[in-house]
Ligand binder design. Structure first.
Ligand SMILES: [Zn+2]
Length: 227
């Protein structure tokens, strides 16, 4: 959990709905001095092209094998899980294989189309790897409670929270994390955070991290990164 790390834990490749190979993403990360690059392709969702359960092990093997070619950046193997029950059968997730990953992102948690943290709890507790909330509109989804209670509540599930800089994850023209700055300030020493740019179609997005890092610095969260 280094204050010196430069991470991007949210990228998609040709394994799901991204345009680039994991090698292209890793090379771009290494060339731009990232310390860690996470590949987080979609797993078992009908909303877009995604990994089938049987494809998860070969995906992990490929990501592990390519590390030797990119020695200056640590490649992390992750996935993104859609918590909409109509699009993804959460009961069929290959938990044993997922425990070989470095982390798991969950999207649409605590939204109308997704699953609550409470309902997700059995899956969270069966996973031994860090689990995080991707592009969550914290203020909207947890907002009735005051920021310190929200931090305690999220901390009780042991999940980290992502700062996602992709354009769809804004409300009233502001990123979800900008809207929720007073909540993030309460995360210090309670809830770990990650940074992700949700790369799909643009390699420069791999290293488009400065806004997120300015926010981390301003909210005193540089020491609370999950990696
Ligand atoms: Zn994504």
């Amino acid at each position: 959990m280094g204050a010196d790390s430069l991470i991007n834990l949210h990228t998609h490749t040709k394994f799901s709905d991204g345009d680039y190979t994991p090698e292209q993403i890793a090379l771009t990360a290494e060339s731009n001095n990232l310390t860690h690059i996470g590949i987080s392709d979609h797993l078992m969702t009908r909303k877009c092209n995604s990994l089938f359960a049987a494809e998860l092990q070969p995906y992990i093997d490929r990501l592990r094998a390519m590390q030797v070619d990119y020695p200056r950046v640590q490649i992390l193997a992750g996935v993104e899980v859609d918590t909409n029950p109509k699009r993804c059968d959460l009961s069929k997730l290959p938990i044993d294989v997922m425990n070989q990953l470095d982390y798991v992102l969950f999207e649409y948690v605590e939204t109308e189309e997704g699953t609550s943290l409470d309902d997700l709890e059995p899956i969270l507790s069966s996973l031994d790897v860090p689990c995080g909330l991707a592009h969550n509109d914290i203020e909207k989804n947890f907002g009735p409670w005051p920021p310190d209670s929200v931090a305690d509540h999220i901390a009780s599930y042991g999940v980290f929270v992502e700062i996602n800089t992709a354009w769809p994850y804004k409300r009233d023209g502001r990123y979800f994390w900008e809207c929720a700055e007073r909540y993030y300030r309460e995360f210090h020493n309670k809830v770990l955070v990650s940074v992700g740019t949700d790369v799909h179609h643009s390699l420069p997005e791999v290293y488009n991290l400065s806004k997120a890092y300015v926010f981390l610095s301003r909210t005193n969260l540089l020491g609370d990164l999950v990696i």
